[in-house]
Design a protein around this ligand. Sequence first.
Ligand SMILES: [Zn+2]
Length: 384
Amino acid sequence: MNIFEVVRGEWGLTREAEFRADPWYIISGKQVIDSGFGKPPKEFFHKVLPPGVIVPGFVNAHSHIELSCMKDKIPYGSHLTEMGSIIQAHRGQMTSQSIRQAAVDAIHAAEAQGTFFFCDICNSTEFIRFLRDLPAFNGNRYLELLGFSSPSDQQRIVAAKQLLDIDATFYPTVHSIYGSSPLQMMFVREKARHTSVSIHLLESPDEIDFQQDRGRITEFLKKIGQHVRHTEMQGRSAVEYLHSVGMLSFKKLLLVHLSAARVEDIDRLSEYVPHSAWVICHRSNKYLGIERTNWETLKHSPLKMLIGTDSLATNSDLSVLNEMKAIFQEGKVSEHDLLRAATWDAYEYLEIRDNRIPHFLFPGAKPNIVSMSEAPAALVLGAA
Ligand SMILES: [Zn+2]
């Protein structure tokens, strides 16, 4: 049996996220030990792969795999709060088996397009343990504490505490400024601030209204019996509020969406947490009728862009390649910047070691995002 195998391909991706011809890879199992372009080291016998594009795997920086069972349940163009109501209504009706099967199918479909790592948000303590033991899943798991008023917020804290006592492999996190109470913010800060947090922030302009205790989010909270006016939030913008409760004092912050972030919000974030990442979930925003107008402001901020899909409730798949294609077609972000965000920027930000990154061959594809997205299922180097 060969311990090492050397393969050559037609097109590869450089560390600068540029396509270049004639890549070679030294692989052991599914690990790429070394790679380069041009002639491979001549002491090795090498194998030539079929034509196509070879890239290191893509990182999905925001998903809710648990909600894969919600595919096609929410009409296109629904409002954020309508989505919330529909998810709430369906939750109790699904069997654990159907939730798990939909999750596994979604992970496999994304992997067939080169996505290998997820920053995934779970809502239930049962599902987060299921993911931990699922061989198909690779990534960071966040347990989201939902609950805006007492006592439901405290109940979730107790459940999270109990699980943390026996399993320290996940991160507790909050949903958003309107989905998690100040008490939950404080709990997460104490438990996880030396690690990482993922929070939905300024997804829709309704969050700006919410600060004034009006608009659709406030109405929604009233409807589900969770409305309360927390003094910690009074008179503060979302960013100021998070700062005041210590929710910005994390080593790694994934600020999800920022679709409705104003210049002043982005300026504040750039000042308080220039080391944070923001995660774009473009297709999900479109699905919920949310239009982004801050492309340029974010591009010129120090915040690092990463790419997510959100869940199948508001997206057709969890494939970062399809997400890149949709963003690229918007004409606001270059192919190069998208590829960086899906690969090297994400590995660096999330501290994913080189030896954990599988490489994928997109058979017959040309070196561009659209052609890759149209290729048949991608193959993992070394898996055959
Ligand atoms: Zn989300």
